[in-house]
Design a protein around this ligand. Structure first.
Ligand SMILES: NC(=O)c1ccc[n+]([C@@H]2O[C@H](COP(=O)([O-])OP(=O)(O)OC[C@H]3O[C@@H](n4cnc5c(N)ncnc54)[C@H](OP(=O)(O)O)[C@@H]3O)[C@@H](O)[C@H]2O)c1
Length: 261
């Protein structure tokens, strides 16, 4: 395990206008990291930068859709110009869809895959030169419990997060010799705007975010994992229980997710 200090780290955080990404950008900035934060909502990013400035920290912002190559290029150009190298690349932007598969369509599947899988993968590909110039660089991919265990009505979302988890495992082994770490964060239900920003939403199906872990707790767990050089974390006890049960008795887990998922 590689231990690293947050102080002085040069970081990009995607999906930083709300939820986990926003909390993580602030947590990193409070720890002394230099952060470039991105998302589509410019006014939310401006509020984030203001909040950081009020605490004596600087967060730079670049707004745009992360699925657009031009947004990723602008983000990386800013990091190159300000930092020269990149120590932490946090791929957190994500979106869900909750509906019966039979009611879904190709557009929804492609949109979810674009945000949750293709964008982070291309972000990493394009950031490789900056990461290679980083100090103990780490890629942090925010997946989900649902990237390890499928549940009903989340077919597109589960597929996208399983893809991200598999990609991350493969990449971690591949980048080992280059000294670039890959951390997979798999939150369970978290109190954020996630359930208000679904790509597709069929009333009456799927679990909603009425309970869940506060985003600050997830952000602190991620920062701890970065410091400790962890490879995987599940910052939610309910999620850890589900994964443990799924390994121990997949049939029982099947029955439970059919009943409660
Ligand atoms: N909440 C949960 O229960 C939960 C559980 C497991 C995993 N996760 C994962 O955690 C991550 C963060 O989600 P959250 O819970 O914090 O939800 P959130 O509050 O809705 O945050 C999602 C972030 O992603 C950004 N985003 C979405 N689509 C984008 C796009 N096309 N281009 C650029 N930015 C985009 C949003 O910003 P803009 O709208 O301003 O673009 C927002 O900043 C996601 O990857 C999600 O899948 C969440």
């Amino acid at each position: 395990m590689t231990r690293r200090a947050i102080q002085g780290c040069r970081a990009i955080v995607t999906g930083a206008s709300s939820g986990i990404g926003r909390a993580l950008a602030l947590e990193l900035a409070h720890g002394g990291a230099q952060v470039v934060a991105t998302a589509r909502r410019a006014e939310r990013l401006a509020a984030l930068a203001e909040q950081a400035a009020a605490g004596g920290h600087a967060i730079e912002t670049v707004h745009g859709d992360i699925t657009w190559p031009a947004t990723r290029a602008a983000l990386l150009a800013r990091a190159r110009e300000r930092f020269g190298g990149l120590d932490l690349l946090v791929n957190n932007a994500g979106a869900g869809a909750i509906q019966d598969f039979a009611q879904s369509d190709e557009r929804t599947l492609r949109q979810v895959m674009e945000v949750n899988f293709f964008a982070p993968v291309e972000m990493i590909r394009e950031a490789m030169p900056l990461l290679r110039a980083g100090r103990r660089p780490m890629i942090i991919n925010v997946a989900s419990i649902l990237g390890h265990r499928g549940v009903p009505h989340y077919t597109e979302y589960c597929a996208s997060k399983f893809a991200l988890v598999g990609f991350s495992e493969s990449l971690r082994a591949e980048l080992y010799d280059a000294g670039i770490d890959v951390l997979v964060v798999s939150p369970g239900t978290t109190q954020s705007e996630f359930f208000d920003a679904l790509v597709a939403d069929q009333p009456g199906v799927g679990r909603r975010g009425e309970t869940g872990v506060p985003v600050d707790r997830v952000a602190r767990a991620v920062v701890r994992a970065i410091r400790r050089g962890r490879h995987e974390i599940v910052p939610n006890s309910e999620g850890r229980l589900l994964l443990w049960l799924n390994r121990l008795s997949p049939r029982l887990a099947d029955a439970l997710v059919r009943r409660f998922g």
